[in-house]
Structure formats: C-alpha cells, structure tokens
Ligand binder design. Structure first.
Ligand code: 8ID
Ligand code: ZN
Ligand code: ZN
Length: 348
C-alpha cells in the first residue's frame, strides 16, 4: 500500500480563527500507534466547541479537529499488537490514555489525567491520514459501511454509556433533551433498543417529525411549549425515570432536574460553555434525585455500541459532504439546524 507524504486536512491556527482546507504532511505513527486512512468522519458539536475554545481545557494549536473517524489501517508502529494492515479502525475522542493510573486500572480510561484527545490535544480525523493509539482505536467489523458507522464512534458510544449511567429498567421513561441532533438521534434508538420509552425534546416541527420517525413516543417543542416541565410530567404520569441532557443549553439542564421523577437520574452530557446545573438541595434530597456526569465511554462501551449498530438496531441519519465544506457545517450546527449528523468525506 503506498502512503503519500502529503494530504488534505482542515486546520486552524487560533481558536475561532480561519478553518483552512489545505495540504499538510501525513503524520508518522509512534511505536504504539496505527496510521489510519480516514475515509469518513462525523462532525460532533464538540468539534465546534474545540474550534471556538469554549472550555477551560486548552486545545493543541494549530489543530486538525475531528474524533468520529472511520477508516482503514495502512501502517503501524513497532509495538502494535492485534491489528493488521487493511483492518477497519475508528478514531475516537479518547485517542490514548496512560493505562497505569488508578482510573485506567479501573477501566475509567476517559477520566485519566493524561488522556490524549483526538481533535483536541492530538490531531484528529478531519484529515486523510490520522494516528491513533492502537489500544484505544475502535475495532470496526470488516465490510461495515464506514460513512454510517462514523457517528457511532463518539455520539453512539457517548449516548449508550449515558443511558447505562441512568440505570433504567425496560418499560421506564427516559427524556432526551436535544433529541434531534447528532447525539440525540442516536440516543432515541439506543434507548428503544434497550427497552425504554422516549420523550424527545428539541425545537421546531421538522425535528418533531424526525424524532418521532426514530421512535420517540412524545415530542416536546422547547420553542413553543409554555410549560416544558408540566408537559413532561403529565405525559409520563409524574416525570421521567431518567433524563439524558445532550442539548447545548443550561436552561434545558435545569428543567431536566425538575421533570425527573423522585428517585430518578439526571445525566449530564452536553457541554454548554460556562454552564452550571442548579438543583434545590431540599428538592434533590427529598425526591432523592441523582445527578451524574457521563463522559464518552471505555473500550467495552465502544465495542458494545458498535455491536448494536452492526446488528442493525441503530440507523445513523447522516448527510455526507466533502471535508472542504466543514465551515458551513459549523454554521448550521451553531444555528441548531442539523437533523442527525453530518459526515465528511475526506477525499473531497
Ligand atoms: O462525553 C460527552 N459528555 C460528550 C460527547 C460528545 C458530545 C459530550 N458531547 C456534547 C457536545 O460537546 C455538545 O455540547 O454534547 C453536546 C451535543 O452534541 P451534538 O449532539 O453533536 O450536538 P448537535 O447535533 O448540535 O445537537 C444539539 C441539539 O440540541 C438542541 C438543538 O436543537 C440540537 O438539535 N437544543 C438546543 I442547542 N437547545 C435546546 C433546548 N433548550 C435543545 N433541545 C432542547 N431544549
Ligand atoms: Zn464527539
Ligand atoms: Zn491513566
């Protein structure tokens, strides 16, 4: 297999600065790394946060973003085991971790203090050739449609893990705030596949049709409802058993604490810049509400999430465009206009 020395990528030099589609060098894998020919990459709202510099963790600069990369292994470092040239591999948010600390030892690898993050501290999947730690790279079954599996690598894994964190039983209600977006559209389907009943919250009629087509039983339009909390409590006979917050809205998170029924769990996933969650202590105690953060997933969560997809239980509703069109996707995302996920084809 011949590997070129240069490739197309989208790079930015400063947070919020120009997103340049240009030729850069193909990276060389370190001894522990795979070199993956990225065919497709999903575009996650995290990529937009990273570009804007929204969070209290600095990005690498200049940076190639992207962390939902699906491609083919074309080279590997001398210490890599368990991979062959030609295998399908996925680039996840967690590019690598130390594997030695307390958190790594207990399989909480995303929480490792030395975590290396694709499209954040490590050049990611908005390029044709990217490197990934061979231990953390996702194994994708041969023959899988690489465009459609791409969103599973962050959005799918994250919502699957968040649903597990809510500790629900089959037949219980789960609210998904931000249900029409990339994470939300997959969360509806994982929730259904796990046996839960879904209340979807998002804005506008088109998103309402969309989330119902994916299996949501109830849709609440946050742009129209005058009483989101009351509406959800009524539709679910007293509130949902679990709430997964994948919107980029502080107000939506606060509402979720109120519409979750007693003894239920509020899961925080979406990361609006500078947001805080507000819960009355008396209410949280007397109603025994659990508020839990959930951050991507570990290797087992990744394999399980891919397995749900491979068994045909999860349909990724994607729009495929060329990598050079990334800036226009960020504009649509900022405006909340995306149904499901955009996936970029790195060859265009
Ligand atoms: O591991 C993690 N915790 C993790 C992993 C991946 C992504 C966290 N995230 C974070 C992202 O950084 C981002 O903050 O999850 C958030 C959602 O990512 P996404 O699904 O990729 O974003 P999107 O496709 O833009 O969808 C967001 C949806 O929220 C809706 C929008 O209309 C859109 O459909 N929304 C908004 I903005 N405000 C809302 C509100 N008040 C709302 N929906 C309901 N109520
Ligand atoms: Zn992501
Ligand atoms: Zn560690």
């Amino acid at each position: 297999m011949s590997i070129p020395t240069t490739q197309h990528a989208v790079v930015f030099e400063t947070n919020g600065g120009p997103l340049e589609y240009k030729q850069i060098a193909v990276p060389t894998p370190k001894p522990n790394e795979l070199l993956i020919n990225v065919k497709y990459s999903g575009v996650c709202h995290t990529d937009l946060h990273a570009w804007k510099g929204d969070w209290p963790l600095p990005t690498k600069l200049p940076l190639v973003g992207g962390h939902e990369g699906a491609g083919v292994v074309v080279a590997m470092g001398s210490n890599v085991q368990g991979w062959e040239i030609g295998d399908y591999a996925g680039i996840k948010w967690l590019n690598g971790s130390c594997m030695n600390c307390d958190f790594c030892e207990r399989t909480f690898e995303p929480n490792c203090e030395k975590a290396d993050l694709s499209g954040y501290t490590h050049d990611g999947s908005f390029q044709q050739y990217a490197t990934a730690d061979a231990v953390q790279a996702a194994k994708i079954p041969k023959g899988t449609d690489l465009a459609h599996v791409a969103p599973i690598l962050c959005a799918g894994v994250t919502v699957y893990k968040a649903l597990k964190t809510a500790k629900l039983s089959a037949g219980q209600w789960v609210a998904l705030s931000g249900a029409g977006g990339g994470l939300g559209s997959l969360a509806i389907q994982y929730a259904k596949a796990m046996g839960y009943r879904v209340v979807a919250i998002d804005g506008g009629e088109e998103k309402g049709e969309f989330v119902k087509s994916l299996g949501a039983e109830v849709y609440v339009d946050f742009t129209k409802s005058k009483d989101i909390v009351g509406e959800i409590r009524k539709a679910t006979g007293g509130g949902v058993h679990g709430a997964i917050n994948v919107s980029v809205s502080e107000a939506a998170i606060d509402q979720s604490v109120q519409y979750t029924r007693s003894c239920g769990t509020v899961v925080l996933v979406g990361l609006p810049a500078g947001a805080k969650v507000t819960a009355g202590v008396f209410d949280a105690v007397v109603r025994s509400i659990t508020i839990a953060g959930s951050y991507v997933g570990n290797r087992a969560d990744t394999s399980e999430a891919i397995d749900f997809f491979a068994r045909g239980l999860i349909q990724c509703r994607i729009k495929v465009v060329g990598l050079s069109e990334l800036p226009s996707i960020y504009t649509l995302m900022e405006e909340g206009k995306i149904l499901g996920r955009y996936v970029v084809d790195t060859s265009k």
